[in-house]
Design a protein around this ligand. Structure first.
Ligand SMILES: NC(=O)c1ccc[n+]([C@@H]2O[C@H](COP(=O)([O-])OP(=O)(O)OC[C@H]3O[C@@H](n4cnc5c(N)ncnc54)[C@H](O)[C@@H]3O)[C@@H](O)[C@H]2O)c1
Length: 252
């Protein structure tokens, strides 16, 4: 028996990194999965060997019509939706301090990381309610909770918004059986981080802050997502769960 038997999950940003691994892990645990990504070929590659239990959908989370279509695809294909996994997000290499802020970088970051999550909730949560309850999993970041002397201010602000929005969702929809939780990962070795870590100095500075002595792996986050998607977490609501190898509790 799988931990996610009977669940129907929609995962955004499922064409790469943690979203791709989550799609595969969810299917392994018995869920039916709608794997969405801006990049259609990447989403298709994710589901290529998952058979009938997963479907790929090309969707840009900043476009409301795309979001409505991906939610209706889940319902049409699998009958209902019980897990909304808002994972799509970007970190722009040009995103540094507000002092050097480029307006286009700010707007794009906010559009994908915040408005995209809001659109997915707007269209996904009514389906979770219709299904009799469900779980919203929002991927934020540990930078939502602590300052960083190597700033990435648009990203930081966007992930702070995700944590705040998650709390609001938790109290609004808890009475209807819909839980909402945020995961705040530390640096995880995915394509998103790989480019940043090509710079040896940036890599060394970040690694020196991790008590566990390594960067995170996608599995470190996805195992928590499986818990949040499952009935093991039916009283976990409104949390911002940190998975960062101890970075955020490290004074020196
Ligand atoms: N990797 C890290 O260190 C780290 C740390 C903390 C939080 N996160 C967050 O985890 C999430 C997943 O990150 P990852 O490292 O797996 O990233 P990734 O870049 O490997 O994957 C992100 C996916 O999102 C998709 N995407 C981007 N814009 C989209 C849009 N508008 N609509 C639909 N899909 C879109 C991309 O095509 C890509 O496939 C992101 O929200 C990220 O901010 C990552």
């Amino acid at each position: 028996m799988g931990r996610l038997d009977g669940k129907v999950a929609l995962i955004t940003g499922a064409g790469s990194g943690m979203g791709r691994l989550a799609a595969r892990a969810f299917v392994d645990e018995g869920a039916l999965v709608v794997a969405c990504d801006l990049k259609e070929a990447a989403a298709r590659e994710t589901v290529a060997d998952l058979g009938e239990r997963a479907v790929a959908v090309a969707a840009d989370v900043t476009r409301e019509a795309d979001v409505a279509r991906m939610v209706s695809t889940a319902v049409d294909r699998f009958g209902r939706l019980t897990v909304l996994y808002n994972n799509a997000g970007i970190f722009d290499q040009a995103d540094e301090s507000v002092l050097t802020m480029d307006e286009a970088v700010w707007d794009r970051t906010m559009a994908i990381n915040v408005k995209g999550v809001a659109f997915c909730c707007k269209h996904g949560i009514p389906e979770l309610i219709r299904a009799g309850g469900g779980s919203v999993i929002n991927i934020a970041s540990f930078v939502a909770l602590m300052g960083c002397t190597v700033p990435q201010d648009a990203y930081t602000a966007s992930k702070g918004a995700v944590v705040s929005l998650t709390r609001s969702l938790a109290v609004q929809f808890g009475p209807q059986g819909v839980r909402a939780n945020a995961i705040c990962p530390g640096p995880i070795e995915t394509p998103l981080l790989r480019d940043l870590l090509k710079d040896e100095n940036k890599r060394r500075v970040r690694l020196s802050r991790v008590p566990m002595g390594r960067f995170g792996q996608p599995e470190d986050v996805v195992s928590l997502s499986v818990y949040l998607a499952s009935d093991e977490s039916t009283w976990t609501n409104g949390a911002a769960l940190v998975v960062d190898g101890g970075i955020s509790v490290n004074y020196f």
